[in-house]
Write a new protein. Sequence first.
Length: 160
Amino acid sequence: MSFKYIFPVLSLALLAYVVQATKVRTCPTFEGKLANESVSISACDGPPCKLRKKSDVIVNIKFKPEKDIEKIITSVNMKLLGIPFPFIGVDGTSACDKLYESDGKTKTKCPLVKGKEYVYQNSFKVLEIYPNVRGVVHWGLHDPAADKDTSCFEILAKII
């Protein structure tokens, strides 16, 4: 196989690997709808997700806000014994610069329009300082004006 065919084939394989839907559960306090096919986490088909230290994890979420939203904040933590421990560098950051149109390619930004589909794409490094633990990862896109999530999922994960 010549080189001109290798790159496109590898690119398609990587894309399929990254965008594969992950089985997640809706957060207990989330009032909206979240279909399993709307969330994908790299290298994770379902629980428990194995989060390898020193690796980058890519998260994609398709969602439709139920109202117009001026700004949106990422809320990410791992619950251990019921206590949330934030993911450093991701939790509490603006999600506005991580938004795309429904095609997942065309960059967009806040404010968000009610009923329009968006794709949130983010990646984070699993830091070496994180302990080897198993817990529930909570990932929410939080509307600070309404003080509630516009999208939210949880999944069992294991840091290794």
